[in-house]
Write a protein that binds this ligand. Structure first.
Ligand code: MGD
Ligand code: MGD
Ligand code: MO
Length: 787
C-alpha cells in the first residue's frame, strides 16, 4: 500500500499514478509490408493491452463493457452509429475505440508537482506523444506573463480571472473554440454563452474537417448532413467508400460493409492508398474473423490520384448520361428529376462531352476502369456514397462533393432504401455540436428561436472559423481564446503562424483532460481547467448523477453516461465549467439562469428542445433505450429544404491538383495509433510503419525520380503562391501509393500547410493538397561525403 502510493500526490483526493515517459526516437523507425486485412485477433489483443497499460484490469473491463450499449457510454472514438434495431453484440466496440477509452480512463496523472517539475521551456521541446501520455490533469493551473511554470489556481480565482479579461475587452475580440467530443448539452450552453456575450466567434474542429461537406450539401439538398441510416448501408446495392480509411478511423463501419456485401451489395473503394481496411476485414467478434482470412471488403479498388475525384465523378456522370441516351429510361430517374430537382438540363449539357486525356491525367485511372464502374452504377437501383477527409481538405473540395450530389440526383438516390449521401463524420459528437448551435455562421431561424427562449439579442454578424480565427490571433486581434477540448495549436494549419497567434493572445483558457501543445504555446495569461471525460461519473449535483447526449453520423441522438471514478476530486463537468464561466462574466443578475442548468442537465435539454429543430420532448425521448432520430427531409420524404424546395444539380469547372515541376502532391493522414493530435503509440500496424512518425510514403518510381533512396532523411519544402514552408527530418519510405502523390502523418506535417491554402467556400485547410519537394539535409550530406 505505502509502496504503491509513493509516487502519488499526498492529497487524498487524487487517485492516479505519476509515470515518466520516454519521448519518440525516430531512430527506432521500422518499415514492414503493409497488411492485407484489418482487425482480427491482433486487434483484440492490442485493445486489452492498451487498456491494461493505462488503467488496470477493472477500469478497462468496466468501461469497455459499457461502450455503445443502450443506456451506456457513447464511444469517444468516432461518430459511426450503433445499431438501432435488433440486439447489440455483447461488445460493440473496436480496437481503436478501446484505445480511445483506455487513453481517457488512464490512471496516469498530471499533478501540480508535475507542472512544477517541467518548465514551459522544457515542455516546448516535448512531442505531443510525451505530453499526452503523461496522463490526466488533476488540478486547475495558471501561468502569467513572466512566469516559467504553471501554478495551481483555485476554481473561483480561475473564473474571476476569465471574467475580468472578458469584461475588459469587446465581444468580437473573444473566441470560443470547440472540439467535437463536446456533448450536445455542453455545446448548447457554450454557444449560448458566446451569443449572450455578443459574438458568433465559434470556430470548431468541423471547420478543419467536414465543413466542405456541409457547404456542398446545404445549398444542394437543403441539409448539411448525411441522408442514410445504418439499415440503408447494409441493404445498399452499391456503396462507394471515397477518401476514407475506415479500418483505422471508423472500424465498426467494416462490419456494416461486410454485411452489405453478404446481402449482395458491391463496394467500390476510391483511394490513393491501398488501405488494409478497404481490402479485407477479419471481424474479431466472429470465429472466422479470429482465425480465417476474413471477409473481402472492396469489389473494386480505384487507386486515384490525390485530388482526382472531381474528375472521376464528372466522367461517371458523362458515362451514365451516355448509357441513358442509348437506352432511355434505363439509368436516369426522370420522374424524380422532374418533380424534385432543378438544373438538370444545364448539367446534362455540361456532361455531354468530356476530355478523356484530361480525366486520365487528373485521376491516374484508365478509361476502361471508369467505364466498368459506370456499368455498376447503371445497374444499381440503390447507391450510397460514403466519404471522409480525402475529399474535404482540398481547394476544390466543395465542387467535388457537389459532383457526388449530381450523381446521386441523377439516379434518384435520395429517400429510398439503400441509397443516399453518407459523409462519415469524425469526432464522436462533431455533428451534434453543429446541431446544437456551434457555428460561426448560424442560421437566422436558429438565432430567432434562441433569442425568444432566453430573452437575449444574439449577434447576427458571422464570426471566425478556425482559419480566420488563426489569422485574427496572429494579427493580435484576439484578447481571449477559450478552447472547449481540442488542440488547435497542433490541429490547425501553418503551425508557426498558429503558435505565434496563441502567444499573442491576452488570455488563453483550455478546458482539457490531458496536456497538449496548446497548453504549452499559450497566451500572456493561460488557464487550464481540468474536466471530466466521457467515461467519468458526473454525480456531484444536488439532483443526483447527470448524463449527456450525442448525435452520431446518421442523426441518431442518444444518451451517454460515464461510470468510472474520476482520477481527481478537483475535476468539474464541462457544463458546470461553462455555467460558472458565464456567471463570472455576466454577474449574478443575468437573464439566463446558469445555475439551474449546471445543476440539472434536464433544464438545458428543456431549453434546447424549444430552440433546436427536431428535439421536441427531448428529455423523454433521450431516455429511450435507442435514443431518437432527428428529422432528415431528404431521407424521410424526399423533400429538400432549399430556397425553392428543389434539390439542385450544379455545374462546376473541372479542377485537379497539378504540381509544379519537381514537386509532388502531399496528403496528410492519421496513423492506426493516434486520435487526431493524441498518440496512443507508434505503431501504424496496417501500413507497416512503426517506431517513428516523421515519414513520407512515396511511390518507388517517384522516389527514384527524386534521386533519393529509400529511408533517406530529408527536409520537406512546400510551396504555395510563391511562399515556402519547411519541415525538417523526414524519412522517405517507398510505398505503394498512387503515382505523384505522397503521404505523411498529421500533425507532424501541419507546418507545411500554408494558411492561405484552403478549400474555397468552406475555408477548410488544404491538408490533402500540398505541393512539396525534398531537400537533402546539410549534415546528412556531410556524413555521406565522409563515408
Ligand atoms: N482511431 C481514430 N479514429 C478516428 C480519428 C483518429 O484520429 N483516430 N479521427 C476522427 C476524425 S476527427 C475524423 S475527421 C475521421 C477521419 O477519417 P478519415 O477521413 O479516414 O481520416 P484520414 O486519416 O485523414 O484519411 C483520409 C483517407 O483519404 C485518403 N485520401 C487522401 N487524399 C485523397 C484524395 O484526394 N482522394 C481520395 N479518394 N482519397 C484520398 C487517404 O489515403 C486516407 O485513406 O476519423 C475519426 N476517427
Ligand atoms: N494535417 C492535418 N491536420 C488536421 C487534419 C488532417 O487530416 N490533416 N484533420 C483535422 C480534423 S478532421 C480535426 S477534427 C482536427 C482535430 O482538432 P481538435 O479536435 O482540436 O484536436 P484533438 O486532437 O481531437 O484534441 C485532443 C485534445 O482534446 C482534449 N480532450 C480529450 N477529451 C476531452 C473531453 O472529454 N473534454 C475536454 N474538454 N477535452 C478533451 C485533450 O486535452 C486532448 O489533448 O484536426 C484537423 N487537423
Ligand atoms: Mo475531424
Amino acid at each position: 500500500m505505502t509502496k504503491k502510493r509513493r509516487d502519488t500526490v499526498q492529497d487524498g483526493s487524487v487517485r492516479g499514478r505519476r509515470v515518466a515517459f520516454k519521448d519518440i526516437d525516430e531512430a527506432d523507425l521500422e518499415v514492414h509490408d503493409p497488411k492485407p486485412h484489418a482487425a482480427g485477433m491482433k486487434a483484440v489483443e492490442v485493445s486489452f493491452a492498451r487498456g491494461l497499460a493505462q488503467g488496470g484490469l477493472s477500469r478497462t473491463v468496466r468501461s469497455m463493457y459499457r461502450v455503445n450499449q443502450s443506456g451506456g457510454m457513447d464511444c469517444p472514438g468516432c461518430a459511426w452509429p450503433e445499431p438501432t434495431e435488433g440486439p447489440r453484440k455483447p461488445v460493440e466496440f473496436c480496437e481503436n475505440g478501446a484505445k480511445a477509452i483506455a487513453e481517457e480512463s488512464t490512471t496516469r496523472i498530471v499533478t501540480p508537482e508535475w507542472w512544477a517539475e517541467h518548465s514551459i521551456a522544457e515542455l516546448e521541446t516535448k512531442t505531443e506523444y510525451w505530453l499526452g501520455q503523461s496522463g490526466r490533469i488533476t488540478h486547475p493551473m495558471a501561468i502569467r506573463a513572466g512566469e516559467t511554470h504553471y501554478r495551481p489556481i483555485s476554481w473561483s480565482e480561475a473564473f474571476e480571472t476569465i471574467g475580468e479579461h472578458v469584461r475588459a475587452t469587446t465581444p468580437e475580440r473573444c473566441m470560443f473554440y470547440t472540439s467535437g467530443r463536446t456533448a450536445n448539452e455542453t455545446a448548447f450552453l457554450y454557444q449560448l454563452l458566446a451569443r449572450c456575450l455578443g459574438t458568433n466567434n465559434l470556430p470548431d474542429c468541423s471547420n478543419m474537417c467536414h465543413e466542405s461537406s456541409g457547404t456542398a450539401l446545404n445549398p444542394t439538398i437543403g441539409i448539411g448532413k448525411g441522408t442514410v441510416s445504418l439499415q440503408d448501408l447494409e441493404h445498399s446495392e452499391l456503396i462507394f467508400v471515397v477518401g476514407q480509411n475506415p479500418g483505422t478511423n471508423h472500424p465498426r463501419m467494416l462490419g456494416s460493409l461486410a454485411q452489405a456485401r453478404k446481402n449482395g451489395g458491391k463496394v467500390v473503394a476510391v483511394n490513393p492508398l491501398p488501405e488494409a481496411g478497404l481490402m479485407r476485414f477479419k471481424d474479431p467478434q466472429t470465429v472466422k474473423g479470429m482465425v480465417g482470412d476474413g471477409d473481402r471488403i472492396s469489389d473494386e479498388f480505384l487507386q486515384i490520384k490525390v485530388g482526382g475525384d472531381q474528375a472521376l465523378f464528372q466522367a461517371l456522370g458523362h458515362l451514365l448520361l451516355q448509357r441513358e441516351a442509348a437506352d432511355p429510361g434505363s439509368v436516369v430517374d426522370r420522374e424524380f428529376i422532374e418533380s424534385r430537382t432543378k438544373g438538370y438540363q444545364d448539367y446534362a449539357a455540361a456532361r455531354s462531352t468530356i476530355d478523356w486525356a484530361e480525366i486520365e491525367k487528373a485521376t491516374g485511372l484508365a478509361r476502361t476502369e471508369i467505364d466498368h464502374i459506370a456499368d455498376l452504377m447503371a445497374a444499381s437501383k440503390a447507391t450510397i456514397f460514403c466519404w471522409a477527409l480525402g475529399l474535404t481538405q482540398q481547394p476544390h473540395s466543395v465542387d467535388t462533393i457537389k459532383e457526388i450530389v449530381n450523381l446521386l440526383l441523377l439516379q434518384g438516390n435520395f429517400g429510398k432504401p439503400g441509397a443516399g449521401a453518407c459523409p462519415v463524420r469524425g469526432h464522436s459528437n462533431v455533428q451534434g455540436d453543429r446541431t446544437f448551435g456551434i457555428w460561426e455562421r448560424p442560421t437566422e431561424p436558429f438565432l430567432a428561436r434562441l433569442d425568444a427562449e432566453f430573452g437575449i439579442a444574439s449577434p447576427r454578424a458571422h464570426g471566425y472559423d478556425s482559419t480566420d480565427g488563426m489569422s485574427a490571433m496572429h494579427a493580435g486581434e484576439v484578447d481571449v481564446f477559450v478552447s472547449m477540448g481540442g488542440n488547435l495549436a497542433a490541429a490547425n494549419s501553418d503551425t508557426a503562424v498558429m503558435e505565434a497567434g496563441l502567444k499573442r493572445t491576452g488570455l488563453t483558457v483550455h478546458i482539457s483532460t490531458k496536456p497538449n501543445r496548446s497548453h504549452v504555446v499559450h497566451g500572456e495569461t493561460s488557464i487550464i481547467l481540468p474536466t471530466l471525460g466521457r467515461s467519468d461519473r458526473d454525480d456531484k449535483h444536488p439532483g443526483g448523477p447527470q448524463f449527456l447526449s450525442v448525435e452520431n453520423s446518421m442523426s441518431v441522438v442518444s444518451s451517454t453516461r460515464g461510470r468510472l471514478e474520476p482520477v481527481s476530486d478537483h475535476l468539474l463537468a464541462e457544463p458546470v465549467i461553462i455555467a460558472r464561466m458565464a456567471q463570472a462574466i455576466f454577474g449574478p443578475d443575468h437573464v439566463v439562469d446558469w445555475q439551474a442548468m449546471a445543476e440539472d442537465y434536464d433544464v438545458i435539454r428543456d431549453h434546447a428542445s424549444r430552440v433546436v429543430e427536431g428535439t421536441e420532448d427531448f428529455n423523454r425521448r433521450v431516455r429511450d433505450k435507442q435514443g431518437f432520430v432527428l428529422p432528415n427531409p431528404p431521407r424521410d420524404h424526399r423533400s429538400f429544404a432549399t430556397a425553392d424546395g428543389k434539390a439542385g444539380f450544379t455545374v462546376r469547372e473541372l479542377e485537379y491538383l497539378d504540381p509544379p515541376e519537381g514537386h509532388l502532391v502531399l496528403q496528410t493522414m492519421r496513423s492506426h495509433d493516434q486520435y487526431n493530435t493524441t498518440f496512443y503509440g507508434l505503431d501504424d500496424r496496417y501500413r507497416g510503419i512503426s517506431g517513428g512518425r516523421r515519414v513520407i510514403l512515396i511511390h518507388p518510381e517517384d522516389l527514384a525520380a527524386t534521386g533519393f533512396a529509400d529511408r533517406d532523411l530529408v527536409d520537406v519544402v512546400s510551396v504555395f503562391q510563391g511562399e515556402e514552408r519547411r519541415a525538417e527530418r523526414f524519412h522517405l519510405v517507398a510505398y505503394p501509393t498512387a503515382r505523384g502523390c505522397v503521404a505523411a502523418y498529421y500533425p507532424e506535417a501541419n507546418a507545411l500547410t500554408h494558411r492561405g491554402l484552403v478549400a474555397r467556400e468552406s475555408n477548410t485547410p488544404g491538408f490533402k493538397a500540398m505541393m512539396v519537394r525534398f531537400e537533402a539535409r546539410a549534415e546528412e550530406a556531410a556524413i555521406h561525403e565522409d563515408s
